[in-house]
Design a protein around this ligand. Structure first.
Ligand code: ZN
Length: 568
């Protein structure tokens, strides 16, 4: 059955509610483990049906935002999702209070139990008004940034549109455009400061009302950090400062040489090559066919997976009128079908869709056996291991996509992954400072950022840009406003993906693929550190663990000559 034939029906909420209530009651009154498990399974059937319908509506809405039917359906889902979550919370409470919790956890998995406990720890009816304030402030921030209208060369641009010129080969243009963005942020600084200050105070209040010392603890619980804490993260930061920052610094020095600029300024950093970045060859259809060939050659499992995706039309890759922006991978439980959505735009990002998003899709496809919807996917830092590792596992096939620009693509892929790490950790470190010191003024926060930025990103020379020199860079980083403590997840997964890179591309370790496949099949039935162990990877939190893989990356980058990085 093709995606277009997947059936969509708006659920009858009265029936859904009764289904939850009836089975929660049955769970509470169960006198045998078998009866308790039956009630849980009945609720899971309801959950999966809701997720199926909600995801189908959301996918079809994103494919054509002009379709009035699905627009109305999305309004239904937006309005009712919190209501459904409330029933779901009652279900979690009943599981945790059940006499058969131990037996149930065999079916539900240990991470499920911990996540259910977390979700109850960070919620209390008395904080609802504070949560509403928090949401309102986040929305206000997104709207403010999305509404930017900046004049440049007689055209009006939003921030994303303008940012495209930051890669211009004309240095003056890069500088001008970067200054325009700083000016926009600077003009809105008072509002941005007010929004963030209110967010910090609201979140601190939430933490206090829930009985926590500060919001850092709430942030960790919300992100479902199941098996590591602040102390582990502190060790990791040191590792990044000791081993990654020096390599990143050298990568930028080499870039300066390559593009012929001796005094690299912040607006020069986005320009990796004077003759532009590697771009994929061929039409979108040809790129997809190269992906199909790649996955057939990689393994039986990936071959079967990509055929499933193509036959059922579970990929919507190309930009079309009315289609919403960005890209994602999601899952439709009742059809056991992953779905990949993207907007091909002729950059190397198109290939990333077929490696990164397909990595997510392959994981969830391999986890179809998992009956508990909450643990079909693992927590975020683990999810990104599958996607980021697939980007590297796919390296031997990159010539299908990039031809003679392959060395350039690989070099950039690896180098930019290295230079991203310190920034990602900086974003996280900054948020610890912010929420541990909720009474800092906006100016003190910016000073704190700038001091940390000098440690993690010492290559940034702001060339007299006062806004950035005074520590304003982070105000454009949406996660800091909307998803506190999310950012480090990307970096933790990256460190794991580097190890898959080393094992597959440097060591030619035959067991690496088997390990990768195994963690895809686990879904979220293990926690992050358990997944790391199952995959025979080293924990990013262990002292010295980053050193070896960073040394290999340095060797690889050194082995590529700048002549190889020219477009022939
Ligand atoms: Zn991802």
């Amino acid at each position: 059955m093709k995606f277009s034939e997947f059936d969509y029906q708006r659920p009858n909420l009265e029936e859904v509610k009764n289904g939850f209530l009836l089975n929660i009651e049955a769970l509470k009154e169960a006198t045998t483990a078998k009866a308790a498990l039956e009630a849980v399974k009945a609720i899971q059937t309801i959950q999966k049906s809701l997720e199926t319908q909600g995801n189908i509506a959301s996918i079809r809405n994103s494919i054509d935002t002009r379709d009035a039917f699905y627009e109305e359906e999305m309004a239904f889902w937006d309005e009712n999702t919190p209501v459904i979550e409330d029933w779901q919370n009652d279900y979690y409470k009943a599981v945790l209070a059940s006499d058969f919790k131990v037996q149930l956890s065999e079916h539900l998995s240990e991470p499920f139990i911990k996540m259910a406990e977390n979700s109850l720890k960070v919620f209390d009816a008395k904080i609802i008004p504070l949560l509403q304030t928090e949401n309102k402030l986040s929305t206000e921030y997104s709207k403010l940034l999305a509404s930017a209208q900046i004049d440049y060369k007689g055209e009006v641009y939003n921030l994303a549109g303008l940012a495209a010129f930051q890669q211009s080969t004309d240095r003056e243009e890069r500088k001008t455009v970067t200054t325009l963005i700083s000016n926009y942020m600077s003009e809105n600084l008072e509002t941005l400061d007010r929004i963030y200050d209110d967010l910090v105070k609201t979140r601190h209040q939430i933490a206090l009302e829930l009985g926590f010392k500060d919001f850092v603890e709430v942030g960790y619980l919300r992100m479902n950090r199941l098996d590591y804490d602040r102390k582990d993260v502190e060790v990791y930061r040191e590792e990044v400062l000791n081993y990654v920052v020096p390599l990143a610094n050298d990568i930028f020095k080499r870039q300066a040489n390559r593009i012929g600029i001796s005094d690299m300024k912040h607006y020069d950093l986005p320009l990796e090559y004077e003759d532009g970045n590697a771009t994929p060859i061929g039409t979108p259809e040809e790129i997809l066919q190269a992906g199909v060939k790649m996955y057939h050659e990689l393994s039986t499992e990936t071959g079967e997976f990509i055929d499933f995706m193509v036959e059922k039309n579970l990929l919507d890759l190309v930009t079309k009128p009315g289609k919403s922006g960005g890209g994602y991978c999601t899952y439709i439980p009742d059809y056991k079908a992953p779905y990949i959505f993207s907007n091909f735009n002729g950059t190397s990002g198109d290939v990333d869709v077929l490696t990164h998003e397909a990595g997510h899709a392959f994981q969830v496809y391999q986890s179809r056996w998992v009956e508990t919807p909450e643990v079909i996917w693992p927590t975020y830092e683990s999810c990104e291991i599958h996607s980021m590792s697939m980007e590297f596992i796919a390296w031997p096939w990159m010539e299908l996509f990039f031809g003679d620009q392959t060395p350039k693509y690989k070099y950039s892929h690896l180098a930019s992954s290295v230079t991203f790490l310190p920034y990602g950790v900086l974003v996280d470190h900054f948020q610890h400072e912010v929420y541990e010191n909720p009474n800092m003024t906006p100016v003190e926060r910016r000073q704190t950022w700038r001091e940390l930025e000098k440690q993690y990103n010492p290559w940034k020379d702001y060339d007299g840009d006062d806004y950035l020199e005074n520590g304003g860079f982070w105000l454009r980083q949406g996660h800091i406003f909307g998803s506190p403590f999310y950012y480090i997840d990307y970096t933790l997964a990256q460190v794991c993906a580097f190890q898959f890179w080393k094992r597959t591309q440097v060591d030619h370790d035959d067991t690496a693929w088997q390990d990768y496949l195994e963690i895809c099949q686990l879904g979220g039935t293990q926690s992050f550190l358990e997944i790391v162990e199952t995959a025979h990877l080293k924990s990013p939190f262990g002292k010295g663990n980053l050193e070896a893989v960073i040394a290999s990356i340095r060797d690889y980058l050194d082995s590529v000559s700048d002549a190889d990085l020219q477009t022939k």
